[in-house]
Design a binder for this molecule. Structure first.
Ligand code: ZN
Length: 237
């Protein structure tokens, strides 16, 4: 059983009527609804929960953490973001969704500004598979289309990904590295661009397939506490 925690800032859904209609119970609930199955157990946490819904014990009991945030990134205390970063380095899997490119845990793990160019015109996005052999894109054709998405455009200030498995193209001609994978420490990280709050992206079957595949891919096969031990020469212990 893979233990998944979906973390959502859960702010737009409370304050923006358009978003409320699409995700009445929050983006986290919409994701939980398609992820939960016989071998994936799902819990959710939100920013307004006690301690932002994140403790060391909770992270220790999480195999894969999903993160959605946008307008309240700064309200996540640095200590909590660093706790998340350390859990990834120990081996927890991590999936950053859409505007989580500016979340503190993502920036701590990447070490760059994670800035990008953006515009909100509701363009059609065509998401191309650039690494068809990767486990995360199994079940996806050569591409899939989203009728409307927020345009995210290069340059995207991230370290060169270990692999770029999806590339987004928009009606306006912009392109964006929409699916990027990294290994950091023992942990596997996936950044996935689709998921603007005012479009029903998380109900799209291909988006759901990618996220579910990513959970299976990111689950830890090795996890160990971070340490930097002073060792003895062999034979002198
Ligand atoms: Zn957005």
């Amino acid at each position: 059983m893979i233990k998944v925690l979906i973390w959502n800032e859960f702010a737009h859904e409370k304050t923006d009527d358009k978003v409320k209609v699409i995700y009445p119970d929050g983006i986290h609930k919409a994701i939980a609804d398609f992820l939960g199955c016989d071998d994936i157990s799902v819990k959710t946490a939100t920013l307004d929960d006690e301690n932002c819904g994140i403790t060391k014990e909770i992270l220790d009991d999480t195999d894969v953490l999903l993160w959605w945030g946008h307008m309240r990134h700064r309200d996540v205390p640095d200590e909590i973001a660093m706790m998340v970063r350390d859990a990834v380095l120990e081996g927890m899997g991590m999936i950053f969704l859409h505007s989580a490119h500016h979340s503190k845990p993502f920036k701590f793990l990447m070490g760059t500004s994670c800035n990008l160019s953006w515009r909100e015109d509701g363009d059609m996005e065509r998401v191309w598979v650039t690494k068809p052999s990767h486990p995360i894109v199994q079940g996806i054709g050569r591409y899939f289309e989203l009728e409307h998405e927020e345009t995210y455009a290069e340059p995207f200030d991230i370290p060169e990904p270990d692999q770029t498995i999806l590339m987004g193209w928009y009606e306006g001609g912009e392109v964006f590295r929409s699916g990027c994978v990294y290994i950091r420490g023992n942990g596997k990280i996936f950044y996935f661009q689709p998921g603007h709050e005012s479009f029903p992206t998380y109900y799209n079957k291909d988006v759901q397939t990618v996220i579910k595949n990513a959970v299976y891919w990111a689950k830890p096969n090795y996890r160990a506490p971070l340490e930097c031990p002073n060792i003895k020469k062999i034979g002198t212990e």
